[in-house]
Design a protein around this ligand. Structure first.
Ligand SMILES: NC(=O)c1ccc[n+]([C@@H]2O[C@H](COP(=O)([O-])OP(=O)(O)OC[C@H]3O[C@@H](n4cnc5c(N)ncnc54)[C@H](OP(=O)(O)O)[C@@H]3O)[C@@H](O)[C@H]2O)c1
Length: 259
């Protein structure tokens, strides 16, 4: 299927590793002019070179932290008028809410809610003028099935999803859609960090937890970043203009409900 987005411009946060990188590669494969943003230049440059080697298309990099205004400024200087925006960053550490202070909540909200909302605010009107826009937030299954050890994620990400539910209905008549992807367990650095954060509270080894989390899904395995990258590229395609405000699980069947 031709996704119909050849020549569009995409700004992909968290595009140097994991699922963000897979989204960037799939978009580049479709002939999209991709800019990847993250906080570390070395991994950005490596990812850009590797993606370009596969797709044959140049990939621009920008050092930019989505959680800060300076970072968002830098990203928009590099890619001033994106047609496609992928909001994505780190998730929080697992923990007990009794130990979190207001500063911890502010950091979580900056990265997982306000950073993405600010990026939407600064790009959506240009998309509306150009009559094409695709905004995809990489969120988490935690907004549908709360993860007990991930209270910061359950809370902050629900704020983003709740906000865009209203906005998405106002932009869609201009062919600008806003949707959320909700990954379950994926084999990435973030998953490894998450498991390391659970070693103490569970008393289990890394290997044991890694094995359990993958095999406990109905699919019996971890998701691969490329699987989410392909879904993301489709959500950014010319074919999804009638689909907005949706939160789409990609979790190997982990969500237990019928609807
Ligand atoms: N993996 C899973 O199983 C899973 C499940 C549910 C939800 N999620 C969520 O999905 C998102 C992506 O996960 P992943 O597994 O792909 O993570 P990952 O492999 O750790 O990659 C994270 C990417 O985001 C960048 N990044 C982190 N913080 C950033 C910031 N403040 N501003 C800009 N870029 C930033 C990282 O580069 P730098 O560090 O250099 O900035 C890297 O490119 C995360 O929010 C994660 O919590 C993951």
């Amino acid at each position: 299927m031709d996704l119909g987005i050849h020549g569009k411009r995409a700004l992909v946060f968290g595009g140097s590793r994991g699922m963000g990188r897979a989204c960037a590669q799939q978009l580049s494969q479709e002939g999209v002019q991709v800019t990847i943003a993250a906080r570390t230049l070395a991994t950005l440059e490596q990812a850009a070179a590797e993606i370009s080697a596969v797709t044959g298309n140049p990939v621009q990099v920008v050092v930019a932290d989505i959680a800060t205004e300076a970072g968002r400024d830098a990203a928009l200087q590099a890619c001033p008028a994106p047609d496609i925006l992928i909001n994505n960053a780190d998730g929080p550490e697992p923990g007990d809410f009794r130990e979190w202070r207001v500063a911890d909540w502010h950091a979580a909200i900056d990265a997982m809610m306000l950073g993405p909302i600010e990026m939407i605010r600064r790009t959506v009107d240009g998309m509306i003028e150009r009559k094409f826009g695709r905004i995809v937030n990489i969120v988490s299954r935690s907004v549908k099935t709360p993860q007990l050890e991930l209270g910061l994620s359950n809370g902050a990400r629900s704020g983003l999803v709740g906000f865009v539910a209203g906005l998405a209905r106002q932009t869609v008549r201009h062919n600008v859609t806003i949707n959320n992807l909700l990954p379950g367990v994926f084999a990435t650095d973030a998953q490894r960090r998450h498991i390391r954060g659970m070693l103490e509270s569970t008393g289990k080894s890394f290997e044991q937890l890694w094995e359990e989390r993958g095999s406990n899904t109905p699919a019996g395995r971890y998701g691969q970043p490329e699987e989410l990258g392909a879904l993301c590229a489709y959500m950014c395609s010319a074919h999804t203009g009638y689909m907005t405000g949706q939160s789409i699980l990609i979790d190997g069947g982990g969500y237990p409900g019928t609807f």
